[in-house]
Design a binder for this molecule. Sequence first.
Ligand code: AMP
Length: 220
Amino acid sequence: MKKSKQVFIFFGPPGSGKGTQSDMLSVKLGLPAVSTGELLRNEQRLKTKLGKDAARYMKQGKLAPDKIVEALMDKRLLKRDMAKGFILDGYPRNQSQLDDLLRLLKDRYDIWLIEVRVQDKEVINRLSGRRICPKCGANFHLVYNPPKKIGICNVCGSKLTTREDDKLATVRGRLSRYKDTAEPLLIYAKKHKKLMSINGEQSIAKVQKDILAKITKLID
Ligand code: AMP
C-alpha cells in the first residue's frame, strides 16, 4: 500500500537548478522545502558558532562535517510543518546523512529521489553568472534571472556578490565531489525503484513540467 506522506529529495550538481525546482514544487504541492545550503548560509549571516564552523568548509567547496549538518537537519525535520511530508534540497549528500534521514523517518514516509541532470560544461557556464545578496540571501543570475539594477539586490538594495564557492577553481572541486556524493543516493533510489531522473538542461518551466509529470505517473 502507498504511504500518503511523501518526501521528495532533490539532488544534482551545483547549479543544476534543484533549489529553484524544489521551491516551485513546494508551492505546487503545499509542502515545505528545506535546503541545507540555505540553512548553513543563514547560520553564517546570523554569525552563529555553527555558521562560522561550517563557513571554513563551504568557502572551499567542501562538504560541512556530517555532525554539523545532521544536527541542523534533525532539528528542522522535527518541526511541526514537516509532518505532512516535505521536500529536501542538498540533503542527504552521503551515506551517513542518508542513514541519518532514514532513521529519523522510520518508514513513515514514501521517499522519492529527484535527480536533476546537467553536464559539467553547462554547470560551469551557469555558476559563473550566479550572484547572491550577502545581506538577505536573495539569488540572481546575470543571464537567467538578472536583478533590476545591475549589481544591486531587488529585495534589500545591497550590493550583490559572487558566492565564494562559485569561483571557478572551487566549482571544479564541487563537481567532482558531487559525483562521489550522488553515488549512495543513486544506489538507494535504484534499489527501491524511487528514482525520478530529469533532464535539467531545459527551461525552468519545462523541467518543472517534467517533474510534475513523473510525480503524477509514479505516485498518483
Ligand atoms: P548548496 O547550496 O546545496 O550548493 O550548498 C552549498 C554548500 O553548503 C556546499 O558546498 C557544502 O559546503 C554545504 N552543504 C550544503 N548541504 C550540505 C550537506 N548535506 N552536507 C554537507 N555540507 C553541505
